[in-house]
Design a binder for this molecule. Structure first.
Ligand SMILES: Nc1ncnc2c1ncn2[C@@H]1O[C@H](COP(=O)(O)OP(=O)(O)OP(=O)(O)O)[C@@H](O)[C@H]1O
Ligand SMILES: [Mg+2]
Length: 311
């Protein structure tokens, strides 16, 4: 296996920038679902967790959904260097400083009264057209938040101003369900959960073709897109780079379907073409997962969106 780094691989292919860092967002099923549910959550001032494995596109989907909403909105992001240490006071501070120019008052009662006034005034503002001003609190890495902080979110939502409660929307973004633990049932029962499905095979194939398609032949893209690692952007990127390394080490700038089959078989190392020419190699044994994919492809020409294999 080549020891080339990600950036070295792209330099060797003639790129001046990492092509996976292009500022383009693909419209996937997850993005559409996330947008619809977050729109509903914001309009209803609900609490919702967006859950999916590392690198499946949660942050991108939440950012894109919130930026695309036409309602007047203020997004308050709450993040600490260590999310385990995030407390309800950090969330209150983020709200007060994000929604006003005021310094946070000292003392529990004073700061609570200040939060109530600042949050209440902001949440009850209306535009000239009568639309309500929405406040959306986004908490990333929420799987790491302490149960006490999660439980306190209930108190935050119970703050009342001019007869109104639930003055803001809370979006928890997490790699695993933050509510799936003991002692948080009172918040779990008041919140909703969206589980990201990851990329479908069609979406993964589209992503590879659009970003780096000139370096993959068609069959390679199709086969790659069916692998379980292709359900996740970051794993798919790593897989593509690994395959490009293998092709480059063999003197090629294009990945073939054989390269993909070889990499899908952990026991089999890719056979360089030069060696293969002198001593024809037996076809690499496919893993059972890959075999079933290949068998399915020959058995039916109908496209599959790979959702059944989603994480
Ligand atoms: N819709 C999209 N279009 C194009 N690229 C995307 C899209 N969504 C995600 N990506 C790519 O995948 C990478 C990881 O996405 P993102 O940071 O949203 O994942 P995540 O699920 O929030 O991961 P983590 O759990 O580690 O925070 C992004 O940096 C980007 O390169
Ligand atoms: Mg993220």
């Amino acid at each position: 296996m080549s020891s080339m780094t990600r950036l070295e691989t792209f330099v060797n292919l003639g790129y001046t920038h990492d092509p996976f860092k292009k500022p383009v967002r693909f419209e996937t099923g997850d993005m559409v679902r996330c947008r619809r549910i977050l729109t509903m959550a914001v309009n209803s001032r609900a609490m919702v967790s967006i859950v999916g494995e590392r690198g499946c596109g949660k942050t991108e989907a939440v950012d894109s959904a919130l930026k695309g909403m036409s309602v007047p909105m203020q997004i308050i992001r709450v993040q600490r260097d260590a999310q385990e240490k995030l407390t309800i006071d950090d969330i209150k501070t983020a709200l007060i400083t994000g929604l006003s120019e005021e310094d946070v008052r000292r003392g529990g009662i004073a700061s609570h009264a200040q939060l109530r006034r600042v949050l209440g005034a902001s949440a009850t503002q209306k535009t000239a057209q009568g639309s309500e001003h929405q406040i959306v609190v986004v908490i990333e890495e929420a799987q790491r938040i302490h149960s006490n902080t999660l439980r306190s979110l209930k108190t935050l939502r119970e703050i009342e101003w001019c007869g109104q409660r639930e003055l803001c929307t809370i979006v928890l973004v997490a790699q695993s369900d933050p509510m799936n633990r003991a002692g948080v049932s009172e918040v779990r029962l008041r919140s909703d959960l969206v589980r990201m499905q990851g990329l479908s095979a069609n979406e993964a194939a589209h992503y590879v073709r659009e970003i780096i398609g000139t370096h993959f032949d068609d069959a390679a893209v199709e086969t790659l897109a069916e692998l379980s690692a292709a359900r996740n952007y970051l794993e798919l990127q790593a897989l593509c780079i690994n395959l490009l390394n293998i092709a480059l080490a063999d003197g090629r700038e294009q990945v073939s379907v054989e390269d993909v089959r070889a990499i899908a078989t952990p026991a089999a190392q890719p056979v360089p073409r030069a060696a293969a020419r002198t001593k024809p190699a037996a076809p690499a044994p496919a893993t059972s997962a890959l075999k079933s994919v290949l068998e399915r492809r020959t058995a039916t020409a109908a496209p599959t969106d790979g959702r059944a294999e989603a994480c």
